[in-house]
Design a protein around this ligand. Structure first.
Ligand SMILES: C[S@@+](CC[C@H](N)C(=O)[O-])C[C@H]1O[C@@H](n2cnc3c(N)ncnc32)[C@H](O)[C@@H]1O
Length: 217
């Protein structure tokens, strides 16, 4: 049986970048050249991209596409930031992607090189539970890593009342780092109460179900 090396797949990606004239695919290719980071393959796998696509489409349908600063917490290697900034339905001034893991900054900046160049994307290392959301106001706060946050209540209690939010979590308890899974949407809503809920739903993926809430705290 023939096996294919990295170059085989990379060349196909390069071909797709040309065909679709996609700055995002070009940034992905450059990031693969610069960073030996296995997380890139996970962050851009089918389930992850389907979950982010669900978020982007539902956010646009429920709340429109115009935002000032969008802050993404637990932003990992910046894939969601890239998807939002490359999406022509959206007019976003700036995305800030924050992660507790210091290895994420360089990879996230590389994956978003197109928008780093115009000052519309930056990545930072911080523990979301220590952020002062009142002092550093964001038009929209997104946390797609709720299942990863130990002491979730400590973070959520610091989010100002009235803050626009998009939250995702899941029931994938088999993953060691998932310390804060929920069983269903009802449990998620109890964990992150909102005074106005624009969307509350679930999406079955291979191996787990992802949950999403959009609204105002
Ligand atoms: C594996 S990733 C993302 C998973 C998620 N399903 C997604 O795609 O958005 C989870 C990220 O949350 C980050 N994280 C966990 N606890 C955090 C905290 N207290 N503050 C900031 N980032 C945190 C981790 O470092 C990791 O990069």
């Amino acid at each position: 049986m023939t096996t294919f090396d990295d170059e085989f797949y990379r060349d196909i990606l390069a071909g797709l970048a040309v065909y679709t004239d996609s700055a995002f695919v070009r940034d992905i290719l450059a990031t693969l050249d610069r960073h030996q980071e296995p997380g890139i393959a996970v962050a851009l796998n089918r389930n992850q991209v389907a979950s982010k696509r669900w978020l982007v489409d539902t956010l646009h349908a429920t709340s429109g596409g115009r935002y000032g600063t969008v802050m993404i917490l637990g932003g990992w290697i910046g894939a969601l930031g890239a998807m939002l900034l490359h999406d022509r339905r959206f007019a976003i001034d700036r995305v800030v992607s924050i992660d507790i893991d210091p290895r994420c900054v360089d990879v996230a900046r590389s994956l978003n090189a197109t928008h780093v160049a115009t000052g519309r994307f930056d990545a930072r290392t911080a523990d979301m539970r220590e952020l002062d959301h009142a002092a550093e106001a964001a038009d929209l706060l997104i946390n797609t890593s709720c299942e990863h946050v130990e002491g979730f209540g400590r973070w959520y209690s610091r989010v100002p009342d009235g803050q626009r939010l998009v939250l995702q979590s899941n029931d994938y308890v088999a993953v060691h780092e998932h310390v804060n899974c929920v069983r269903d949407v009802a449990e998620f809503r109890a964990q992150a109460p909102m005074r106005e809920t624009l969307f509350a739903g679930e999406r079955a993926l291979r191996r787990y179900t992802r949950f999403m809430l959009i609204g105002r705290k």
